[in-house]
Write a protein that binds this ligand. Structure first.
Ligand SMILES: [Zn+2]
Length: 86
């Protein structure tokens, strides 16, 4: 049996961004759960809407169509700052 360790960690980060989660309707959510289990580097058929970097279908659905870097900047600016200051 596969342990959903990656998914748990990713999910925790994702749901911590409550504002973004609220934008996802229930029907969308069911559809998106299909890609939730995909890896970040799986199906790199999309581009970040900010920097045009190739992103996975997972990022398209779960990171607001942005690469990890832009997504974190957008939704977790405080985390970024803390890292820089340290
Ligand atoms: Zn980007």
């Amino acid at each position: 049996m596969k342990k959903p360790r990656d998914i748990g960690k990713e999910g925790a980060t994702f749901w911590a961004g409550g504002a973004f989660a609220e934008k996802v309707s229930h029907e969308d959510l069911e559809e998106k759960m299909k890609t939730f289990h995909k890896k970040h580097d799986e199906d790199m058929n999309f581009n970040c809407k900010n920097c045009d970097k190739p992103i996975s279908v997972h990022n398209k659905d779960w990171h607001a169509g942005m690469c990890d870097k832009c997504f974190n900047k957008e939704f977790f600016p405080n985390n970024q700052k803390q890292k820089v200051q340290r």
